[in-house]
Design a protein around this ligand. Structure first.
Ligand code: ADP
Ligand code: ZN
Length: 704
């Protein structure tokens, strides 16, 4: 295709390398701004699509785009993702040896790299190439880290201030998902790009449904929730380390595999849990808030807050880890008074206690809201939603109000008779006429209000009293053992006939499913094709040693399921399928679909990918050379070699795998009962034998 102008180039690269036909809001403007050599600041929520804003221009610039990124752990994933799309990218950080670093610098000098990810502290080592002849663009990811106003300040980011002076004509693009006005201004100032154009997107994550539930029987609620979502990735956030472990084991008792993650684990244990989660080997993690930073996994389908978070910022960041791929995802928060009290205790005596307490209060208000939750959430971040969202529990099950004046009078007079000395639990016990030890001991059976609320269940009383607190008719004295106190408003209800309206309690069973969940669990027509595609994706991911979502996102997999492409042309039409993914994965996915549809795969096409490899092999190219030439990873080339050998082509298989390795795999083959999954062999050898060797050895064994 002839490229007539920049626009065409932009769109053709978008499809060829990323597999997308269109941009999301703002992306196109941002890409053009960068390509016109202008600086910009991009504020977009997690999952909004920030990466393309600098990755696409990078393809069109002559030199390399330097990507500053704070987390070494994340760099590898991002580079793997780019490579999977056929884009030349690498990273440069302290985890590499001098030789490896030299090689990368040479690639930059030879203009062989499009993107280079660097940790700020490694910049000095790149001094020699920090020149405009080599560097075409600088992207600063997680740019809020430069500002001490931000929530995640990193001193190493401050060295970035000098970069603009070194590269004055190079366009800078700073990106972040969290930045209030003060942080924004600070980012621009510190990076010395005050005139940068600003692109600020809505913070709304429409695809995440919001739900708050009362915290009764949390574990069994969570078990039910997970059972409705087999094979989905999710995170349960807990307040304490102990809680993460207890919950993981309770889930295990219910037959649900989950791992615990918290800062008390050692580095290796933590990395293992994180990696297994990213690779879909562990579907569920019970974690403290330490988990999630540095996780780019796009197919997290749900986030549950077992405990109340301590502020709305944290809550929003944590639920934001769900649904980065834009597909429907769920956030469930358990509302608990005990948690609020515990959070207040944590805050008590700290240097900024007042601020913390105010934030807990806002969190509590959100959890107890009787109006659209998304509106409340966004307004907290200064964004106004014109309409109710329709995708939160309040919108879906609007609360029903009734005249609760008598209920209120009973509760308030109980508080009064108890001389404002008791917490909510005792107030309810007295209202319900309980004869428990504490009640008897304190002589409360003699009170006038004792037993006047027998007809209302304990939980419902709790529901009503919390509403009274929220409406200001009484309050909790946190510093006096959480005793309930009366307020100005109480008198109006008790003595002046003021009316109180309350909402009916909703039991969890009554709540209509927040999503048409069946659909998620059982794809259209309950075909089972999605599951087969997912398994195939998992198998490929293992072989390539990259996370499954980097092979294809859930969104792409769903589209493949829906469209059932059976030719290369059709496959390329799927959003998320670019040229490289078509070449490498196309055949296998098409074969899976054809097999599913009951027909046999068509005869190999003339462009059969392993035959292309064979031609190059016959020309005497090494695996590395073929891999470079074909822009495919070497494991993929090895898989071609294995197939070619099995098909009887002239391959010197023992150039790649030794006889003793073949013998070892043969033994495993017998011991294990000839499983298909390479993973079984991989585990058998304690991960000490490369996948490609296993595959080659199997081709020898199977050929006989
Ligand atoms: P962020 O960095 O803002 O959190 P990403 O750049 O990781 O978000 O993008 C989130 C997801 O959206 C990725 O799966 C990405 O491939 C997808 N995406 C980005 N831009 C588009 C687009 N124009 N069309 C379809 N999907 C897109
Ligand atoms: Zn709503």
């Amino acid at each position: 295709m002839e490229i007539t102008n920049l626009q065409d180039a932009v769109y053709s690269n978008l499809k060829t390398y990323f597999g997308y036909d269109s941009f999301r809001a703002q992306q196109k403007d941002i890409v053009e701004t960068v390509l016109n050599n202008n600086d910009c600041l991009v504020i977009m929520p997690t999952g909004g699509g920030k990466s393309i804003c600098f990755q696409l221009p990078a393809l069109l610039f002559p030199g390399v785009t330097l990507v500053i990124s704070p987390l070494i752990a994340l760099m590898k994933d991002q580079v793997d993702g780019l490579n999977a799309n056929g884009i030349k990218a690498s990273f440069f950080n302290s985890s590499q040896g001098a030789e490896e670093q030299e090689a990368i610098i040479e690639q930059v000098v030879n203009k062989q790299l499009k993107l280079l990810y660097v940790a700020p502290e490694s910049l000095p080592a790149l001094q020699n190439i920090l020149k405009e002849t080599y560097i075409s663009c600088v992207a600063i990811d997680e740019a809020h880290c430069i500002s001490s106003w931000g929530h995640d300040f990193r001193p190493s980011y401050q060295q970035l201030g000098f970069l603009k002076a070194t590269l004055p004509k190079t366009p800078f693009i700073a990106l972040t998902a969290t930045a209030d006005k003060a942080t924004r201004d600070d980012i621009l100032k510190q990076l010395q790009i005050e005139h940068a154009r600003q692109f600020i997107s809505s913070f709304d994550r429409e695809n995440i449904s919001l739900e708050v539930r009362p915290a009764d029987n949390r574990v069994s609620q969570i078990v039910k929730f997970i059972r409705k979502r087999p094979n989905q990735s999710g995170i349960v956030y807990c307040l304490s380390r102990k809680a993460t472990e207890q919950l993981a084991s309770k889930l295990a008792n219910n037959g649900i595999k989950a791992k615990a993650y918290h800062a008390g684990l050692n580095f290796d244990e933590r990395s293992k849990v994180q990696e297994e989660f990213i690779f879909d080997k562990t579907q569920i993690v019970c974690a403290t808030v330490a988990f999630g930073m540095g996780i780019d996994k796009s197919n997290v389908r749900w986030v549950v807050h077992y405990n109340m978070p301590k502020n709305i910022e944290g809550y929003y960041q944590e639920i934001g880890r769900a649904g980065r791929d834009g597909l429907k995802s769920h956030a469930v928060l358990f509302r608990s008074y005990a948690d609020v009290i515990q959070l207040r205790n944590f805050a008590s005596g700290t240097s900024n206690e007042e601020v913390q307490v105010a934030k807990i209060e806002r969190m509590k208000q959100f959890a107890e809201a009787t109006s659209c939750r998304r509106k409340i959430l966004l307004s907290y971040f200064g964004e106004l939603l014109a309409e109710n969202c329709g995708n939160c529990d309040v919108c879906k099950n609007p609360p029903q109000f009734f005249d609760g004046t008598i209920i209120a009078q009973k509760a308030l007079s109980a508080i009064y008779r108890l001389k404002e000395t008791e917490a909510i639990g005792m107030v309810i016990d007295v209202l319900r006429g309980s004869h428990n030890a504490a009640v008897l001991e304190k002589g409360y059976t003699q009170l006038k209000t004792f037993g006047i609320g027998k007809d209302i269940a304990w939980k419902d009383w709790q529901h009503f009293i919390i509403q009274l607190i929220n409406q200001g008719f009484c309050e909790i004295a946190f510093h006096k053992n959480n005793a309930l106190h009366l307020t100005e408003f109480s008198k109006k209800v008790l003595f002046e006939g003021a009316k109180v309206s309350l909402t009916k309690p909703v039991t969890v069973a009554e709540v209509k499913p927040v999503e048409r969940e069946r659909k998620v669990a059982k794809p259209k027509g309950g075909s089972g094709l999605f599951e087969r595609l997912r398994q195939l994706r998992y198998k490929i991911a293992l072989e390539e040693n990259i996370p499954a979502y980097l092979v294809f996102s859930d969104a792409t997999l769903k589209e493949i399921e829906r469209e059932r492409p059976m030719s290369e042309d059709d496959f390329l039409r799927i959003s998320g399928v670019g040229q490289r993914k078509l070449e490498v994965y196309g055949d296998e996915f098409i074969a899976e679909i054809l097999d599913f549809m009951g027909s046999k795969p068509k005869k190999p096409k003339k462009t059969d990918t392993h035959m292309v490899t064979y031609e190059l092999y016959k020309q005497g190219l090494s695996i590395e050379e073929i891999s470079v030439k074909r822009k495919l990873k070497s494991p993929t080339i090895y898989s071609h070699i294995a197939k070619l050998y099995k098909d009887g082509k002239a391959i010197n298989i023992y150039d790649f795998v030794t006889k003793s390795e073949v013998a070892a795999v043969k033994k495993a083959y017998k011991d294990l009962g000839a499983p298909d999954a390479l993973k079984s062999y991989f585990d058998y050898f304690n991960e000490q034998m490369d996948y490609f060797k296993i595959r080659l050895a199997l081709s020898v064994i199977e050929k006989g």
